[in-house]
Design a protein around this ligand. Structure first.
Ligand code: ACO
Length: 427
């Protein structure tokens, strides 16, 4: 007999079907609830709500598992490249050698930006945050590259165009913000080496592409490439559900990612560490501030909606941090603070009771600093990494016959009906 859930409301019994995912996760299908009973579910933050079926990313927050299309994140970080991982996420398969070569050719062909797009950058105020610029630029791509035909091959090119150009746009934003000449992409360099070269090459000191830094950047981008139904991915799906073009849906994802509780946490972690360093706060003081409900201070880089154990990405990032810092032989005073904070928090009763562990952002800022990436570009780096995930999720969403325009309900808690009072009678 097929298992069902039974719900008794107002004396009426409702039978609700159960759904089981390929890894055994269970859901109650409540789609008939409102129509049958007049009730809706109430779930602010949607922590108990499955909004879609997805075959892209699997994570188990209790066991600390993360897999893209079934492949463990640890294996991808060790053996894959960002481009290969992006292909896996978007198509569902690891590429053959021929497919990977073809993908690289397209990424190269698409890497320059339309010259007129440069004018946008030049008119932003110098202190504009690069995430705001990036979100606007990706939205603007709809006008510059309108080839959004309903032909699969054209859409596949659009995905690669986006992945390629976001890297050029990010580096260009940085160079222009520093008042420096723009460095154009080079066809002889791979995706990550090309980005580092566009960021740091100079006429005075030509940039030397270091293979360990290229590997570190690949790992950083792979670790950020997807994370199932997080805030920004949900934004992409929600905006996409209105059938807007892909550029606008992705631009919404970039805006959602900017927030300090989400992708902005990597920047917030480094700002927090710098503050601790400059104000000479002790680790004990920080932990007690984080524990204090009346203090808005939170230990940035700790805690996660889904992971109730050590984030598997944070483990890889921590290792990468050691490799990169020993490679460049630079001692970062913030690293000592990070390590002390981690030890103290992991042994603190508040953090233990609430299952608060380091997330990916706890160490990623230190890795990016070591690469020479400025703090205000950290979240942009996250966005470059997350782009293939957003594309894969958007693609899945628009192809899913079960999906409808996203339109949640609410529990209204405002005034009852009241009559309009003309302004002269309002007292
Ligand atoms: N420091 C101190 N206390 C915390 C922290 C933290 N970093 N994170 C959670 N808590 C506490 C909350 O105050 C809350 O306490 P309460 O039960 O007494 O009210 C409890 O733990 C549960 O926290 P919520 O905020 O309700 O958990 P939620 O799942 O909504 O939020 C989030 C998760 C936003 C990640 C949160 O842990 C946080 O703000 N962390 C710091 C920001 C951060 O690192 N974000 C990056 C997330 S990973 C990513 O997006 C890539």
């Amino acid at each position: 007999m097929k298992e069902v859930a039974k719900l008794v409301i107002d004396g009426k019994e409702l039978t609700l079907p159960l759904i089981e995912g390929s890894q055994g996760e269970k859901a109650i299908d409540i789609r008939s609830l409102r129509q049958e009973t007049g009730y809706i579910t109430f779930d602010p933050g949607l922590g108990n709500t499955g909004a879609c079926r997805s075959s892209i990313t699997y994570m188990d927050g209790e066991k600390g598992i993360l897999r893209y299309r079934g492949v463990p994140i640890e294996q991808l970080a060790e053996h894959s490249t960002f481009v290969e991982t992006a292909f896996l996420l978007i198509t569902g398969q690891l590429p053959t050698r021929d497919e990977l070569t073809r993908t690289s050719v397209y990424l190269n062909d698409f890497s320059p930006l339309h010259e007129n797009m440069k004018a946008f950058y030049q008119n932003y105020p110098p202190k504009a945050h690069p995430m705001g610029i990036l979100s606007a630029m990706v939205n603007a791509m709809r006008s510059f590259y309108p080839e959004l035909l309903d032909i699969e091959e054209e859409m596949n090119k659009t995905y690669l165009r986006l992945i390629s150009k976001i890297r050029t746009m990010a580096a260009m934003a940085y160079r222009i913000s520093k008042g420096e000449r723009v460095v154009y992409p080079r066809p002889d360099l791979c995706y990550c080496a090309n980005f580092l070269n566009m960021m740091f090459d100079s006429v005075v000191i030509p940039y030397h592409v270091d293979k360990d830094l290229v590997k570190a950047l690949n790992v950083f981008l792979i670790l950020h490439a997807d994370h199932e139904q997080n805030c920004s991915t949900t934004a992409v799906r929600v905006v996409g559900s209105g059938k807007v073009n892909i550029y606008s849906a992705l631009s919404a994802g970039i805006s959602a990612l900017w927030g300090p509780l989400h992708g902005g946490a990597n920047q917030a972690v480094v700002n927090m560490l710098e503050r601790i360093h400059s104000e000479g706060l002790t680790v004990k003081e920080c932990i007690s501030k984080a524990r204090d409900r009346n203090d808005p201070f939170r230990l940035m880089g700790f805690g996660h909606r889904v992971y109730k154990t050590y984030d598997p990405r944070a483990k890889i990032m921590k290792k990468m941090c050691d490799v990169i810092l020993s490679k460049i032989r630079r001692k970062d005073p913030l690293l000592d603070i990070v390590q002390e904070l981690e030890d103290a928090a992991l042994n603190d009763s508040y953090f233990k009771e609430k299952n608060l562990y380091p997330n990916v952002d706890f160490y990623s800022g230190i890795v990016l600093r070591a690469m020479g990436i400025p703090t205000n570009m950290f979240t942009v780096m996250f966005a470059i990494g997350r782009l293939p995930g957003w594309i894969a999720q958007w693609k899945e969403d628009v192809a899913d016959p079960e999906m409808r325009i996203t339109r949640p309900r609410q529990i209204y808690s405002g005034n009852l009906k009241q009559d309009y009072i003309p302004i002269d009678d309002r007292g």
